[in-house]
Write a protein that binds this ligand. Sequence first.
Ligand SMILES: [Fe+2]
Length: 350
Amino acid sequence: MPTNKSTPYIFLSEEIAAILQEKSYQLALKGGPQETGNQKLAEDIATELFELFNDNDKKLINDYISGKITHLVFDGFLNTDIDGNPIKLPQENQFPTLEELEADIEVLKLASQEQIILALLNETTFAFDSENEGKIVRVVANFRGGGTQKLANEAPDGSSHSGKAVVPHTEDPYYSSTKVEQGHSPSPSSLILTARWNPLSETTKLAPIERVLSQLSKEEIVALAGKNFNFRAAKTASEGKSVGGTHVSILDLNDKGRLAANYNLERFSVDPAASEFIKDTYAKFSQLAAEIKFDEINLQPNRTLVINNPLNFHCRDTVKDNRRVLVRVFGYRKNVDYLPINQDPLIVKG
Ligand SMILES: [Fe+2]
């Protein structure tokens, strides 16, 4: 179960879990979300699946689509591998390489399952050309070490492949959360995460931005909506290839008229030419984002978390068990304005 009672979640019926298992392997055997044609297949599966959810769960799905809820956990996926056997943990220090995991049928199945769930939420799975080498499926793990148990060839490099803690942030790119800006596509509408393995139940943390915004005055909100902020270039692979940017806003109104955020606690700064009030507001906002209370989700192979990216900050502590492997993909809502590079699979300019 999710750690927090406040987290909205859908517990899959046995029927839905069995269908998802079968259909996800079918998509995985074709190559997973990277494969041309799988997006349409995922959408067809999602259309059929939607009818099988009960009224409460349909309402949660629609509430996520309309932005009434900021995140959603799907629980109760089958905990068996392609042969129907229980999922086995690799030995410590003998886990696969990034390349092996990217081709692993179980990873492709989890990613395909995520593509179907995103389709259920009316979103198209995509990747930025500027992140994860333009690949749709991102495997997140301590490939360079950094866990409690040292690897034989441990070589941490400061990236999130090295076990470093991840500060509160929304996803890059940071030019805008709502539209094409300065020649860059907006940040993702959603990110969806599950775990291939997570033996120590190390959690993913998230907090709706409302927890910070509710502590700000009207004037402070307006200050954060002005183009008074800069962000530094990405330093590591995990941060993408962003060269950094100037004169961006932290808050914007999204297509539903809700405040949406663009922010990274480490990479953002206030423009030196901004007024004292804006500088003070930025200091207050950063402090609140650093001290906010986060919900914690224990991702496992049978549990998936969907996050409305601009409506939440997410982060995690330093990963202790190097075998913790997450599978992540991004989704865009249907009406989002972006700069396409490839239509199927959808790759956009980041
Ligand atoms: Fe992130």
